[in-house]
Design a protein around this ligand. Structure first.
Ligand code: PLP
Length: 443
């Protein structure tokens, strides 16, 4: 694999090394007095794997340093956005320059137009795009638009797919909801999910049966086209094609939630990788380059139903924020020639082979499932194709392995239901780091 650039010589000059976590521990105790569970988002609390969450002081390239001076090879990468690595110079420079010009205007700015151009150039299914602040917002707004455009209220979603924490999507959601073992969230009124119909991922027959059972009332099918929030689960051949056909036949909109997969499973997201055009697409993570920005988009006539051109209300004080747009634009500009994505995907492929080889050597059954720059190590013998399979994997074995890897200086996601993410800053040296850490991790 090609050598990738180093963003910070000081950080990559020494190998990861892990000692104690006493400062993290005392910070965590203090954080628990001030923040629910000591965190701003649940999975960060390590509940699924136990132990003390590491408080991160800084990140550069493929590494993060915690407050105790431990260095980790990072495979969380802020849960996906950092496809160029931490603190990539072009992104930092763009953010700094934008902030100097002013952090928010509450008025359109030129950089929004530039970023929108990149989005429509990347995804042929998107003619118009609306910027929002989070993936949750993108999904919530896309669902409203779909319901308005079709005049139908029911939505089909897959068990184990996570589409943010909006009420209607907190039915059998993956990610943190699954890690915490909550079937649904208290506080979501029954009416909030009454129109949400659930099917197993990869089960086209179940989708077709719902269209028979609820004729003319299903406004949208929303899906992570490659599931990432119950671990990485690619669609079985024909599944996405079948969804496209059945939704078209019933006048229902197909929404691809590519908040995670956009620029991750392929340079043009899952829709590019599988050659399928959804009606609406939700984007997040990479599109904001590590700052809070997300988006949704689709055909002109659909998107023009949004205010101010149409009656469907959607708004945001900080939407299209110039600093976040600058981070997103710098990131997408760097991705343009395809090389960073290729490097990150090649690294992920190498990493998966190393993990498989080491597991085999140790006589441990694992299913390492990857698409592009994201992958999951499932502790199970067979392939994982839906949420039921993911739930049946050995979570205790994952937790044990996670901690061994962490102690050896490699930071995997602290939950068996999540994807590991690679970046263009992960190079040959980082493969060595991984290989060394893997020794005895499966014992
Ligand atoms: N959709 C998908 C597929 C996601 O993976 C996520 C977050 O992980 C979301 C939506 C929600 O995005 P956010 O956390 O930015 O609200």
């Amino acid at each position: 694999m090609a050598r990738t650039q180093r963003t910070d010589a000081r950080m990559t000059s020494s190998l990861p090394g892990v000692g104690d976590a006493t400062t993290s521990e005392s910070l965590y105790r203090r954080a628990c007095e001030l923040l629910p569970g000591g965190v701003s988002s649940p999975v960060r609390a390590f509940r699924a794997v136990g132990g003390v969450p590491r408080f991160i002081r800084r990140g550069a390239g493929a590494y993060v340093d915690d407050v105790d001076g431990n260095r980790y090879l990072d495979l969380v990468m802020s849960w996906g956005p950092l496809i160029l690595g931490h603190a990539h110079p072009a992104v930092v420079e763009a953010i700094t320059a934008a902030a100097r010009r002013g952090t928010s205007f509450g008025a359109p700015s030129p950089i929004e137009v530039e970023l929108a151009q990149h989005v429509v150039d990347t995804f042929p299914s998107i003619e118009l795009v609306r910027f929002v602040n989070s993936g949750t917002e993108a999904v919530m707004s896309a669902l409203r638009l779909a319901r308005a455009a079709t005049g139908r209220t029911r939505i089909i979603k897959c068990e184990g797919c996570y589409h943010g924490h909006t009420d209607a999507m907190l039915a059998a959601a993956g990610s943190g909801v699954a890690s915490l073992g909550l079937p649904d969230s208290p506080g979501v009124p029954p009416g909030g999910v009454v129109d949400t119909l659930l099917v197993p991922f990869n089960d086209l027959g179940a989708v077709e049966r719902l269209f028979v059972e609820y004729p003319d009332t299903i406004g949208a099918v929303i899906i992570e086209p490659v599931a990432g929030n119950m671990g990485v689960i690619p669609p079985v051949p024909g599944f996405l094609e079948g969804l496209r056909a059945v939704t078209t036949a019933h006048g229902t909109l197909l929404i691809f939630d590519e908040v995670m997969t956009g620029w991750r499973v392929g340079p043009r997201g899952a829709q590019g990788a599988f050659g399928i055009e959804p009606d609406l697409t939700c984007l997040g993570k990479v599109v904001g380059g590590g700052l809070p920005a997300a988006a949704f988009g689709g055909r002109r006539e659909l998107m023009e139903q949004l205010a101010p051109t149409g009656p469907v209300y959607q708004a945001g004080t900080l939407s299209g924020n110039p600093v976040a747009m600058a981070a997103g634009l710098a990131t997408l500009t760097c991705l343009e020639d395809g090389m960073p994505w290729k490097a990150a995907a090649a690294w992920a492929e190498h990493a998966c082979s190393l993990i498989e080889a080491e597991a085999k050597r140790a006589g441990r059954a694992v299913a390492v499932q990857r698409m592009g720059t994201m992958f999951t190590v499932f502790f199970t013998g067979g392939p994982v194709q839906d949420f039921r399979d993911a739930k049946a994997t050995d979570h205790e074995a994952y937790a044990l392995w996670f901690h061994r890897m962490l102690r050896a200086g490699v930071f995997f996601p602290p939950s068996p239901y999540e994807a590991a993410f690679t970046s263009a800053a992960h190079g040959e040296r980082e493969l060595d780091v991984l290989e060394r850490a893997l020794r005895n991790a499966f014992a």
